[in-house]
Design a protein around this ligand. Structure first.
Ligand SMILES: [Zn+2]
Length: 180
């Protein structure tokens, strides 16, 4: 994809369309309530949370991407000046509320931008996300993948979600027993 058309979780460069995968601070660095560079596409939940993170933000700049639905966006190729169509589909990333992966399809091929995501082979939600991706590909394959591997570092070893939930529950009970 040509530079200057689409930015994902990057706010410093000039683009025709901006995409936000989720609202964690390391993905919104450079975004502010005074944003005016261009339209921002995000998931329905992220759009709902947006005013809490950026009070006073001009909400008309937000366009909601329903999960699993292909959205057509018309952009202009910076090199040829010709209009080009880009199909984008948001896929549940199983990360924080509203977090999505983004699949872009166009003359450039298929690009999957993962953002932060969680994958557990036994998770029904992750499998739903996989099905959404397969459906959005419509028989094509992913040509390029922007993989966010921040948490692949062995420093970060997360236990399965159920274990964490159990531990949190235990600590909460402990807290209320002694301090409640
Ligand atoms: Zn995150």
């Amino acid at each position: 994809m040509e530079k200057g058309m689409i930015s994902v979780d990057r706010w410093s460069e000039q683009s025709q369309a901006y995409f936000l995968t989720h609202l964690h601070a390391d993905h919104t660095n450079g975004l502010s309530s005074k944003w005016s560079k261009g339209p921002i596409f995000c998931s329905p939940v992220t759009a709902k949370l947006f005013p809490f993170k950026f009070p006073g933000f001009h909400l008309s700049l937000l366009t909601v991407l329903e999960i699993g639905i292909s959205h057509l966006i018309s952009l202009v190729s910076p090199s040829t000046g010709l209009e080009t169509s880009v199909h984008v589909t948001a896929i549940d990333a199983h990360h924080c509320p509203g977090a999505v992966m983004l699949l872009f399809r166009g003359e450039f091929g298929c690009i999957l931008y993962t953002g932060d995501f969680r994958w557990e082979s036994t998770s029904e939600r992750a499998n739903l996300g996989k099905n959404t991706l397969v459906n959005a590909l419509m028989g094509d394959k992913v040509d390029f993948i922007h993989l966010d591997n921040t948490y692949c570092n062995p420093l970060y070893s997360f236990p399965p979600r159920e274990v964490v939930a159990h531990q949190v529950h235990f600590h909460m009970c402990f807290f209320f027993f002694f301090f409640g």
